[in-house]
Write a protein that binds this ligand. Structure first.
Ligand SMILES: *Cc1c(COP(=O)(O)O)cnc(C)c1O
Length: 495
C-alpha cells in the first residue's frame, strides 16, 4: 500500500510519509486503499494482547513495515500504560460502553499514538538512509504537546519543539509542558490561539528559507501533529481492538455493530474510526461531537464548512479548534479521489473562509456521520448525570461526547449499542469536573484533584499529583509570526 497527498502528486511509501509529516504541496498523506478484515480477524484480535493488536494493525496499514518488527515497538510504546489492557472498554447501563484511551503517561488519548510515533519515526528514517536529525515541530491545543514531549524525550536523532497558545490551555496542561525534561525538548508559548499556532507551524513547513536554515544545522523537519500518518495509524488499532472485545463479550453483534461517538477537534481520532469502519469493523454511525466551537456540527448538517465565526474558549480546550486539519483526508474520499477538488476547497477555505460540498456529497457525509455539539453547561450536566447515575467520572471532553451521544439517541431513536470514546482522565481537568459534581474546591487545579479524589474515591493518577512541585524549565513566549526564529533560538541554546 502507499500514500498520496490529498492535494495530488505521486504516491510515497509509509516510511516516507511518516518522516515528511506533511506533503510538500501542503496536503496530508492518505492511503491509496485500505485492507479489509473479516470476522475471523476480529476473533484473532480478541485473543491477543494489545501491543500485538497494534502491531498487526500497523503492518496492515503501513507498507515497508513487518508485523515482526512492529511488535517490539508496540510493546515498548505501551509499556508505560497503567492498565495492561492499554485501551480497555468499560460497560455502562443502557447498552453504552466507554473506550478508555487515557491510561498513558500524560493521561490523554494522544499517548496512544505519540508513544508509538517516535519508534515509527526513527525506523522510517533508518529505512530511508536519513542521517540528519529529525526536528519535530508541533502546535498543540493542550494534550498533543505534552504527549509529544514525553514520546520524543531523549530519543536519539530527534528533537521536539512544541508551540502552545498562551493562556489557551488548562493550568495542568501548561504545567505538564513547561516542566518537561529532556535535552532535546523545547516549549514555547505563542501569543495567539491554537489555530494561529497550527497555521504558524504549517507555514514553517512550506517556508524554503526556514527549511534551508534548518538543513544548514543538520536538521530535517517533521511533524508530530495529528496530520502525521504515524499518528493516525496507531489510532486505527484501538477501534479494531474495541470492536474485537465487544464482539468477543457478545456485547455487540457482527451484523448490527455499534455506534461510535468521538469528542472531536482536529478530526484525527474520528477519522481513525472511519478508517476502521472501512476496514470492516462493525461500526454503524460515527457521531462527531463538538463543543461550542461547532464548525463540524454545521458542516455535517449543512454541507458548508465556514470558519468565519467566533473562537470560544471552553472547558474542553483540546477541542477548541475551527480548522479541523484531518477532515482533508475525508474530503479526498468525498471527492472520490479528486485531489484538484480538495485543493480547490482548501484554497477557498484559506481565501474566503468557507467552502461548500455538493448535495450528493452532503448525503454521503450524513449517511456516515451525525454531528452535534454541547456547550459548557451541557457538558457539566453530562458529567453530573453519569456520576449521579452510575458513579462513573468523565472528563469534560468525554462529557461532550456523552451529551451529543444522548442527543443522537433521542433525536434518531437509534438505540443500538453505543461506544463513547473517552479521551482524557477527569483528573487532567479536575477543577471543572469537581465543580460539575458540586465538590467544593479551594485553591488551584491540584487542590481540586485532591478534593475530587476524597469526594469520589476515584483514584487520582500519580503523574498529576507529582506535577505540582516540579520546577518550571521552559518560559519562552513568542509572537505568532516569530515562530521560525523561536525554533532557531531553541537550537542556539536559548531555551
Ligand atoms: C486532542 C483531543 C481531542 C480531539 O481529538 P482530535 O483527534 O483532534 O479530533 C479530544 N479530547 C482530548 C482530551 C484531546 O486531547
Amino acid at each position: 500500500m502507499s500514500f498520496i497527498s490529498t492535494r495530488g502528486g505521486e504516491a510515497v511509501s509509509a516510511p516516507q510519509a511518516i518522516v515528511r509529516g506533511i506533503a510538500a504541496d501542503g496536503g496530508l498523506y492518505a492511503p491509496v486503499s485500505l485492507p479489509r478484515l473479516e470476522r475471523a480477524d476480529f476473533d484473532a484480535f480478541s485473543r491477543m494482547p494489545y501491543p500485538a493488536r497494534a502491531a498487526r494493525t500497523l503492518a496492515l496499514l503501513l507498507d515497508g513495515f513487518t508485523e515482526e518488527e512492529l511488535l517490539p515497538m508496540a510493546q515498548a510504546a505501551y509499556s508505560r500504560f497503567d492498565d495492561e489492557r492499554v485501551a480497555p472498554v468499560k460497560a455502562l447501563r443502557d447498552n453504552r460502553f466507554v473506550l478508555e484511551l487515557f491510561h498513558g503517561p500524560t493521561l490523554a488519548f494522544k499517548d496512544m499514538a505519540l508513544q508509538f510515533l517516535p519508534w515509527l519515526m526513527s525506523a522510517s528514517a533508518r529505512k530511508q538512509g536519513e542521517k540528519r536529525e529529525i526536528a519535530i515541530l508541533t502546535a498543540t491545543s493542550g494534550d498533543t504537546g505534552k504527549a509529544a514531549l514525553e514520546g520524543f524525550m531523549d530519543v536519539p536523532g530527534t528533537s521536539v519543539t512544541v508551540f502552545y497558545p498562551q493562556g489557551g490551555v488548562s493550568a495542568v496542561q501548561e504545567k505538564q509542558m513547561v516542566t518537561s525534561r529532556g535535552k532535546n525538548v523545547h516549549v514555547v508559548a505563542v501569543k495567539g490561539n491554537f489555530d494561529d499556532a497550527q497555521t504558524g507551524v504549517k507555514t514553517l513547513f512550506g517556508d524554503p528559507a526556514f527549511i534551508q536554515q534548518m538543513n544548514a544545522l543538520g536538521k530535517t523537519l517533521s511533524s508530530a501533529n495529528s496530520i502525521n500518518l504515524g499518528r493516525l495509524a496507531p489510532q486505527v488499532a484501538y477501534y479494531l481492538s474495541a470492536c474485537a472485545d465487544l464482539l468477543a463479550q457478545g456485547s455487540i453483534a457482527w451484523e448490527t455493530g455499534v455506534n461510535v461517538c468521538v469528542p472531536t477537534g482536529n478530526f484525527g481520532n474520528i477519522l481513525a474510526a472511519w478508517y476502521a469502519k472501512r476496514m470492516g469493523a462493525p461500526i454503524r454511525k460515527l457521531i462527531c461531537a463538538s463543543n461550542q466551537n461547532d464548525v463540524l456540527t454545521d458542516f455535517i448538517r449543512t454541507g458548508v464548512y465556514d470558519r468565519r465565526r467566533d473562537f470560544h474558549k471552553t472547558i474542553s480546550p483540546s477541542m477548541d479548534i475551527l480548522i479541523s486539519s484531518n477532515l482533508e483526508r475525508f474530503l479526498l474520499e468525498l471527492a472520490k479521489g479528486d485531489s484538484d477538488q480538495v485543493r480547490a476547497w482548501m484554497e477557498e477555505l484559506k481565501t474566503e473562509g468557507r467552502y461548500e460540498i455538493s448535495a450528493e456529497q452532503k448525503a454521503i457525509l450524513q449517511d456516515i456521520f451525525f454531528g452535534g455539539c454541547a456547550g459548557d453547561e451541557e457538558t457539566k450536566a453530562a458529567i453530573r448525570k453519569l456520576w449521579m447515575e452510575e458513579r462513573y467520572l468523565l472528563d469534560p471532553h468525554t462529557a461532550v461526547a456523552a451529551a451529543v451521544a444522548e442527543e443522537y439517541r433521542q433525536s434518531s431513536g437509534d438505540a443500538s449499542p453505543l461506544l463513547i470514546v473517552s479521551t482524557a482522565s477527569p483528573y487532567k481537568f479536575a477543577s471543572d469536573v469537581a465543580q460539575a459534581i458540586q465538590v467544593e474546591v479551594k485553591g488551584d487545579a491540584f487542590e481540586a484533584g485532591r478534593a475530587l479524589e476524597s469526594a469520589t474515591g476515584v483514584k487520582a493518577p500519580e503523574a498529576i499529583l507529582a506535577l505540582k512541585n516540579m520546577p518550571v524549565l521552559h518560559t519562552r513566549v513568542c509572537e505568532k509570526d516569530q515562530m521560525g526564529q523561536a525554533v532557531l533560538a531553541g537550537f542556539a541554546g536559548q531555551g
